[in-house]
Design a protein around this ligand. Sequence first.
Ligand SMILES: *Cc1c(COP(=O)(O)O)cnc(C)c1O
Length: 488
Amino acid sequence: MTSSKGRGYQFEESLLFELSREGRTGYSFPERSGAKRTPSSNLLRKAHARLPELSEPEVIRHFTRLSQWNFSIDTNFYPLGSCTMKYNPRVNEEVARYTGFAHVHPYQPEETVQGCLQLMAELELYLAEIAGMDAVTLQPAAGAHGELTGIFLIRALLGARGNPRKKILIPDSAHGTNPATSSMANYEIVPVRTGKEGRVPTSVIEQAMTEDVAAIMITNPNTLGLFEADIRKIAEIVHAKGGLVYGDGANMNALMGKARPGDLGVDVLQYNLHKTFTTPHGGGGPGSGPVAVKKELEPYLPTPRTVLKDGIYRLESNRPQSIGRVKAFYGNFGMLVRAYTYIREMGPQGLKRATELAVLNANYVCARLKDAYHLPFESGQMHEVVFSDKKQKEKGVTTMDVAKRLMDYGFAPPTIYFPLVVFGSIMIEPTETESKETIDRFCDAMISIAKEAQDDPDLLHKAPHNTKMRRLDEAKAARELKLRFNFS
Ligand SMILES: *Cc1c(COP(=O)(O)O)cnc(C)c1O
């Protein structure tokens, strides 16, 4: 068995267990001198642990080759709608590695980490300013975690007013984390149907909003990439009945520098620093989901809070109305450093320009692809655009086929089959960091795939053709997991 079957530099990869040779090791230290300590025998394994035995270069090559199978934002265009796969600037990484940030311990005395605390305090100010809110917590570890924190804050405020209420209104175009959050916080979900224009109809909110409703969770621009132009009116209706407006801020990359949710009636909003503020996503690092609130919710924010007293930053925990901690220490600090760096690097004008370019790029994709693909809602895209497979379906070609075929052209497939309100949706978010040439190459590929769907549907059914793995049986892959290597 060889470790590297393949053409040229295209390696196949065996499991470490298959590469293993008995007795081979990855280290060579001298025998230790002095007395040996033997652990008591009841702590020792009865049988030999069947771990792979390899040399260090074999292990390094194995994992390096596997890492090269990854498709990432550093490899090519990654237009995953809703996820905002912007480029992660390297200056963020440089600053996050400064020893004063990278090597501090969360239990160090406050006097010795003043710079870190200052960075957190200033980042809170920037995020409050960008959203038009009064206070921010940096603790939540991701968007969904920020949502949960925000709903806990709403529950605490309404509870203090005498009744936490029972229901939360959620538009049917919402991200799945919105209903998940609400039900985790013990609220009943009242779905709100998207109107014909792809927006939340105020008439529906007027009907649904009762004194039993704690809040509406609303995403703006929504997941169809459309601005909820009636947001002010919706907020008025909700506020008039004593409810609060939760803004899902995952799409803040379409607003920052241009409009502030706080000015539009939003009371609580989570940011996704790994989307809007260029910190890495998923496998690239942990997320961060700061929550910004209006003044009346500030007393309930998680502790500790960073406060400046007599010229010294302190972590304050004595806040009796706080919902308590939602995360160990102070949040994913490394991500805070990256977001801070990005905001300082861009400045107010730069952030505004980023928003403009994100919206321009999405509209450009929309304009180039709307003859080739069905556009269910056409009324002023923001930062992303949602198509469907309606035209391709006539030839039996689906969104899944288009997504798989895009891999043959070297692109990451966009988000598919979300949002659920569009049947067979293809959700494209180019972000502001892509050049016109890249976006054109992508649009050319999409147009060429639409043509293939007419001429040769079977080619698409069998795609991808040029990838290491061909199309998988996804149901089988999910149902029949192969988690163990068979030693015999
Ligand atoms: C990404 C996203 C979320 C969830 O954020 P995570 O950081 O992935 O937990 C919530 N709502 C919308 C609209 C999103 O796009």
